[in-house]
Structure formats: C-alpha cells, structure tokens
Design a protein around this ligand. Structure first.
Ligand code: DQA
Length: 140
C-alpha cells in the first residue's frame, strides 16, 4: 500500500508554530511514529511552501499511489489550482486540517479541496492524519 502525505505552507514549522493551535510535535517526529506503527505501508512525505510545487507533486504521484493525505494549509482557502489537480488525478485524496477550521476566522471556512476529496477531517490534531490513513487502508 503506497500512501503519500502532502503538507502545504508553514507546516514545516509544526512544533514551533502557534503551538496553542497546532501542538508541540514536529511533523518529522509524527512521521517516525506513524511509520513505526504502520510498517506495512510504504509512505512518501512531501512538504512545500509553494503552490505550484504542490500541484506538481499531486500530479506526479496522483496516478500511482493508493491514497493521498493532503493538508494544503492556507492554500486550502485560496487555491483553485490545487482543487483542479485533485479532480484531475486517479488517487483518492483525504483532506486533513489539524485545527478546527470551522471554529476559526470566516476565511478558513472556504475549502477548494473538500468538494474534490473523498472526505475531510478537521480539528482532531495530528491524529487526523492517522485517521485518514486508517480510512485509506480500509478501502483496499
Ligand atoms: C491548517 C488550517 C489552515 O487554515 C491554516 O492556514 C494552516 C493549517 C490546519 O491544519 O489546521 O496553515 O490547514
């Protein structure tokens, strides 16, 4: 089972960034734990702060992976291009947000990604990535 996790802008700062909202754990540490817990999964992790690079990566892996867990971060609310990329590929995408985007500023309530994804998880912290993974594993 090949699963890609793709994170958008500023998520490279997890563990340091607004820790009251996003927690204290770095994503590298979280990935280590996930890999140890799911040895049967072949993980690919990609993070970029650049919209076009995220589109390129979604296109590149979107026909060969079994699932993509995608947190486009701020681009969720602005990027028609990322929404279009998800619609263009074959691999199912689960949208994940660490924070509860519906309990924050109004501009975070709009997602260009939700309608193109098989489902969305928000507000469950880093645990949301694992829950998305469990869903993707259960589809097979
Ligand atoms: C986020 C929520 C977005 O609104 C925000 O821009 C982020 C992170 C989340 O995981 O909660 O950078 O996607």
């Amino acid at each position: 089972m090949k699963i890609a996790i793709i994170n958008g802008p500023n998520l490279n700062l997890l563990g340091k960034r607004e820790t009251d909202i996003y927690g204290n754990m770095s994503f590298d540490k979280y990935m280590e734990e996930l890999k140890a817990q799911y040895p049967q999964v072949s993980f690919h992790y990609y993070q970029s702060n650049i919209e076009g690079e995220l589109v390129n990566e979604i296109q590149r892996i979107g026909f060969e992976y079994d699932g993509i867990i995608l947190n486009p971060a701020a681009y969720t609310h602005t990027s028609v291009a990322i929404g279009d990329a998800i619609a263009a590929i074959k691999t199912p995408v689960v949208e994940v947000h660490i924070s509860n985007v519906h309990a924050r500023e109004d501009f975070r309530k709009l997602s260009h990604v939700s309608g193109k994804s098989v489902g969305s998880i928000f507000g469950l912290g880093l645990k949301g990535y694992e829950l998305a993974l469990q869903y993707l594993l259960s589809r097979k």
